[in-house]
Unconditional design. Structure first.
Length: 209
C-alpha cells in the first residue's frame, strides 16, 4: 500500500498551525492581562492610558484572529485561508506599530510623568496621595515639589501619614520603564508568533488553490 506523503504533510502542517494558533491565543490573553494591569495602576494616569488600552485592544484582536485561525485551518477552501491571511497581515502591522511606539515612547516617560504629575496636582490630588503612599515618597523632583498634602511645601515630609524623605520621580519612572518594557517584549513575542502563523497560513492557502 502506497504512503500518501502529501496527505501526511498536509495533516502535519495543520497540526503545527493549530499549535501556533494556540500560542497566539495565549499571547493575546497575556497581552490583554498586561494591558489591564498597567491601566489600573494609579501611576498610569500620569503618563497616559492610551498605550495600555492599545495593548488591550491588540490582545483582544489577537485572540479573535487566532480563533478564526483554528476555524480556517480545519477547512480546505482557499477562501477561508485568504481571509485569515488578510486578518493576520493586519494583526502583524498593528503589533509592529505597537512595538515601535512602545520602545520609542519609553524615552519620553519621564517628561510625561512630570506633565501628568503637575496636572494631577491641580485636578486630582487624591491620585498623587495614593502614589506617594504606594512608592513611599514625597513630591516629584524633590520632597517639596508639588507634594501632597498641599497645606505647606514640607507638609508631606512632616506628615505622620507620609513622612518620606525621597522624591517620587525616579521611583515612578523606573516602575514605568519596567511596565513598558514588559509590554514591549510581550508584543514582540506575539508579533513573531503571528509572523510564523502568517507563513503557515500562506502555505495552507497555496495548497488549497
Amino acid at each position: 500500500m502506497a504512503i500518501d506523503y502529501e496527505k501526511i504533510g498536509m495533516r502535519t502542517l495543520k497540526i503545527v498551525s493549530f499549535l501556533f494558533h494556540s500560542l497566539t491565543t495565549l499571547a493575546g490573553l497575556i497581552l490583554m492581562a498586561f494591558g489591564i494591569y498597567v491601566l489600573v495602576n494609579s501611576q498610569a494616569q500620569l503618563y497616559g492610558i492610551g498605550m495600555p488600552i492599545a495593548y488591550i485592544v491588540g490582545g483582544f484582536l489577537a485572540v479573535i484572529n487566532s480563533l478564526y485561525g483554528f476555524f480556517s485551518s480545519s477547512k480546505t477552501s482557499a477562501k477561508f485561508h485568504k481571509i485569515f491571511l488578510i486578518l493576520s497581515f493586519i494583526m502583524v502591522l498593528y503589533l509592529l506599530i505597537l512595538v515601535i511606539i512602545t520602545f520609542v515612547g519609553d524615552s519620553r516617560t519621564e517628561s510625561n510623568i512630570q506633565s501628568g504629575w503637575n496636572d494631577a496636582y491641580s485636578n486630582n490630588p487624591r491620585t498623587l496621595q495614593y502614589i506617594q503612599q504606594k512608592f513611599e515618597c514625597c513630591g516629584l523632583t524633590d520632597v517639596e515639589d508639588n507634594a501632597i498634602p498641599k497645606s505647606s511645601k514640607d507638609a508631606c515630609l512632616k506628615s505622620e501619614l507620609f513622612g518620606y524623605n525621597q522624591p517620587c520621580l525616579d521611583l515612578i519612572t523606573k516602575a514605568s520603564h519596567i511596565s513598558s518594557r514588559l509590554l514591549g517584549l510581550e508584543s514582540l513575542v506575539t508579533l513573531i508568533l503571528f509572523i510564523i502563523s502568517l507563513g503557515l497560513g500562506y502555505i495552507l492557502y497555496k495548497k488549497s488553490v
